[in-house]
Design a protein around this ligand. Structure first.
Ligand code: UDP
Ligand code: MG
Length: 330
C-alpha cells in the first residue's frame, strides 16, 4: 500500500513547442491558470512549473517563451539546439524536469488535449500509479485520413507485438521513479509510446476529450508522421525482418517441390533439355539468398538498434528560476 504514503507532488508540465508562435501565449495563460488552481486546491505543491521545450523553432516561439518566463517564475524554458522532433523534445523536457519534480505530465502546446484532465491524472498518481496514460475519447476532431491511418497503424503495431496503447498520444503523467527508469534506456531510436508500456510499473488510464487546435497548423507533417510510424515499428519490433526469413523459408519449400516436379518431368522425358537444371539452380539460389538475407537482417536489426549511440537531443539553454528568483541558470 505504497499509495497511502504518497505526498502531494511538485508537478512539472512539459510542453514541446515547434513553431507555435500563434498559440504559445494563450497556452501559457491557460496552463498557468490551471496550475495555479491546482496549487490553490492543494493538489500539487508550490514550486510546480510549466516547462516549455523549444524544439528548434524557426519563428518567434523562443523569443515569446523567454518573455513569458522572464515575467513569471511559474514558467521555464528548455531550448534545444535544433529540431529534434516531438519525441526527443518530450524526452529532453522530462529528463530536465525529473530532477526538480515528483511527477511530470507531457502535453502538446496547442491545447488540443484537455488540460482539465490533470485532476484525473493526479488522482491516479495519488492512488499509486507511476505512469498514467491519457487516452482520447474519440477522434472526431481529426480528418478522415488521420483517423483511418491511426486505426490501421494501431492494429499493425499490435500484430507486430508492440504494447502501444491505442489512441494514446504522449499526454501522460510519469512519476520521478518511472522517469529515472526511463533514463536508463539508452536507445537512440526513441518511440516513447511503445517503450514506456514495456517498462512495467503500476499504471492507469485517463480518458480525455480532444479539441480542435487552438491556433496555427499541425506541426506533424505527413513526412514526420510517417517517420514516427516507421520508428514505432522498427524500434519496437524485429518482426519485419523475421518476415523476410519466413518468406525465404516458404520459397525454399516451394523450390524443393518444384525440383521434384521437374526431376520427375525430366525422367519422363517431356521437357526442353537444360530447362530443369537452370530452373532448379535459380529456385534454390533464390530461396537460399532470401533466407540468408532474412537471417542477416535479423542480426543487423539488433545491432542497428544498439550501436547508434548518438545523443538524442542537445540542450542549448535552460531558463529555470526558483520562486522569486531573478537570475537565469543555463
Ligand atoms: N512538435 C515538436 N517538434 C516537432 C513537431 C511537433 O516539438 O518537430 C510539438 C508541437 O509543437 C506540439 C506537439 O509536438 O506541441 C504536437 O504537434 P501537433 O499538435 O502539430 O501534432 P498533431 O496534434 O497534429 O498530431
Ligand atoms: Mg496537436
Amino acid at each position: 500500500m505504497e499509495s497511502e504514503g504518497r505526498k502531494i507532488p511538485v508537478l512539472y508540465l512539459v510542453v514541446p513547442c515547434y513553431n507555435e508562435e500563434e498559440v504559445v501565449e494563450k497556452s501559457a495563460r491557460v496552463m498557468g491558470d490551471k496550475l495555479r488552481r491546482l496549487i490553490g486546491e492543494g493538489k500539487i505543491r508550490q514550486g510546480s512549473k510549466i516547462m516549455f521545450v523549444n524544439d528548434g523553432s524557426r519563428d518567434n516561439t523562443l523569443r515569446l517563451l523567454h518573455q513569458i518566463a522572464s515575467e513569471d517564475t511559474l514558467y521555464s524554458v528548455v531550448s534545444l539546439a535544433g529540431n529534434y522532433g516531438h519525441q526527443s523534445a518530450i524526452l529532453a523536457g522530462m529528463m530536465t524536469a525529473k530532477d526538480h519534480a515528483d511527477a511530470v505530465v507531457t502535453i502538446d502546446a496547442d491545447l488540443q488535449q484537455d488540460i482539465e484532465a490533470l485532476d484525473k491524472f493526479l488522482a491516479c498518481y495519488m492512488a499509486g500509479s507511476e505512469v498514467v496514460y491519457g487516452v482520447r475519447n474519440d477522434r472526431h476532431s481529426d480528418g478522415t485520413f488521420k483517423k483511418g491511418s491511426a486505426t490501421i497503424y494501431y492494429k499493425l503495431m499490435h500484430l507486430l507485438g508492440s504494447k502501444v496503447i491505442a489512441n494514446h498520444a504522449d499526454y501522460r503523467l510519469m512519476s520521478k521513479k518511472a522517469l529515472e527508469a526511463l533514463s536508463e534506456y539508452r536507445e537512440t531510436n526513441l518511440f516513447l509510446r511503445g517503450l514506456i508500456p514495456t517498462m512495467g510499473f503500476a499504471s492507469d488510464v485517463v480518458y480525455f476529450d480532444v479539441k480542435k487546435r487552438e491556433a496555427g497548423r499541425s506541426k506533424y507533417t505527413l513526412g514526420k508522421m510517417m517517420t514516427l510510424a516507421m520508428d514505432g515499428i522498427t524500434s519496437m519490433s524485429v518482426t519485419p525482418l523475421r518476415m523476410i526469413a519466413v518468406i525465404g523459408f516458404i520459397v525454399c519449400i516451394f523450390s524443393f517441390v518444384m525440383c521434384i516436379i521437374s526431376l520427375v518431368d525430366w525422367m519422363l522425358g517431356n521437357n526442353v533439355p537444360g530447362y530443369t537444371t537452370s530452373l532448379i539452380v535459380s529456385l534454390i539460389m533464390g530461396g537460399i539468398t532470401l533466407l540468408s538475407l532474412g537471417i542477416i537482417g535479423e542480426y543487423i536489426g539488433k545491432i542497428y538498434m544498439e550501436t547508434k549511440k548518438r545523443p538524442r537531443y542537445i540542450i542549448d539553454t535552460i531558463v529555470l528560476k526558483k520562486n522569486g528568483e531573478q537570475s537565469d541558470n543555463d
